[in-house]
Design a protein around this ligand. Structure first.
Ligand SMILES: [Mn+2]
Length: 360
């Protein structure tokens, strides 16, 4: 005999076990459109923002698997190499860095990229592409695409692609789960940032449930540093600069430092977090010297302060708590320009966008 309390318990267990994805209410029509354009295409090119991070690499490789499962002719392409710490993902080795001349494609799928410019200067401009699909979670969708699968609420582009697998009824193998888990793991800062939603944890739960080895991924992604990177960090940390009021912090890497440590600019990835980690710092910046008088400027913020707006005022973009741009000028001058903005912002990390916009 089943007692009422046992029944209630089993129902509860069932409702806990059934994943409910809030995001689906928002993205369902877009998922249908994305699925339709994929079904209607045969030759597909997949790319992502240049200098790919874990989400860009993970979600682009996930798309490679998805398209292959649907028997599409697929080419994965990026102007830059997939960083060594994501090279363990099955399919990473298929990423091309050049395309045949006059190549033509039915569909170009761009993932984790807010606009075409971010595909990189070396992205071929003369591609014959019939349609474009942009899958992204940056604050503003790229309206120039034929089809958009976008939500700023998604923790990573990989979270959107997880739903695309389900929409197209393509099974998520362990190899696929590894790509999507890497996307989410890296874009949530290992499940620490505010984008770590119930949805993203529910998706991650399903991914881990496929049997993937969480530690295998963490160790490849985070504990796989070339010794050169640690040497560079040793040169970068002494450049720590903090404003008088303690709200703005900066670190930088010059070309000489990169050369001395035999590192590319991409090796500085993550260093900016050391500047933000200082108690009281609201905004941190990292300056990587590109050439004499030109820097790549990355921003990180705490709380509600939307640094993508600050980056946009310098011609860049990104997310609320992580953004970047390229700025001409010398180090002191660039830092001063950022300082002027920060000085105008009322000192609390819950600064609204309206207040921030008025300060730019
Ligand atoms: Mn992303």
């Amino acid at each position: 005999m089943i007692t009422l309390s046992a029944l209630a318990q089993s129902e509860r267990r069932q409702s806990v076990g059934t994943m409910y994805y809030q995001l689906l209410d928002e993205i369902n029509p877009m998922l249908q459109n994305a699925a339709a354009i994929i079904k209607a295409s045969q030759r597909v090119l997949v790319s992502m923002h240049c200098r790919p991070d874990g989400d860009a690499a993970g979600s682009a490789i996930a798309m490679l698997h998805l398209l292959k499962a649907l028997n599409k002719e697929v080419t994965l392409f990026n102007v830059d190499e997939i960083p060594a710490n994501f090279a363990f993902l099955q399919g990473a080795e298929e990423c091309e860095r050049s395309l045949p001349q006059n190549a033509s494609y039915d569909l170009l799928i761009v993932v984790d990229c807010a606009e075409p410019r971010l595909l990189g200067k070396r992205f071929p401009q003369d591609l014959d592409v019939k349609k474009t699909l942009y899958i992204d979670h940056h604050s503003v969708p790229y309206v120039g695409a034929d089809v958009i699968l976008h939500s700023a609420k998604a923790s990573a582009a990989g979270e959107l692609i997880f739903h695309l697998f389900n929409t197209l009824a393509v099974p998520i193998t362990i190899a696929v789960a590894e790509t999507l888990y890497t996307s989410i793991l890296t874009d949530t800062g290992s499940f620490r940032y505010s984008c770590t939603s119930a949805d993203c944890l529910a998706v991650s739960s399903v991914l881990v449930g496929t049997g993937l080895d969480v530690w295998r991924i963490s160790s490849f992604v985070y504990e796989n540093n070339p010794v050169e990177k640690l040497k560079l960090l040793g040169m970068v940390l002494p450049t720590l600069w903090i404003s008088e009021d303690g709200r703005l912090a900066s670190l930088h890497a010059t070309r000489d430092m990169l050369r001395a440590c035999r590192c590319s600019g991409a090796m500085t990835d993550g260093f900016i977090n050391y500047a933000r980690s200082v108690a009281g710092v609201e905004v941190s910046i990292f300056l990587t010297q590109l050439e004499e008088g030109s820097y790549r400027l990355s921003f990180r913020s705490r709380g509600n302060l939307d640094v993508s707006l600050i980056a946009a005022s310098f011609g860049g973009g990104g997310h609320k708590n992580a953004a970047a741009c390229t700025v001409d000028g010398d180090l002191e001058d660039i830092r001063q320009r950022v300082q002027v903005i920060i000085d105008k912002i009322p000192p609390n990390t819950d600064c609204s966008d309206t207040v921030l916009r008025a300060c730019l």
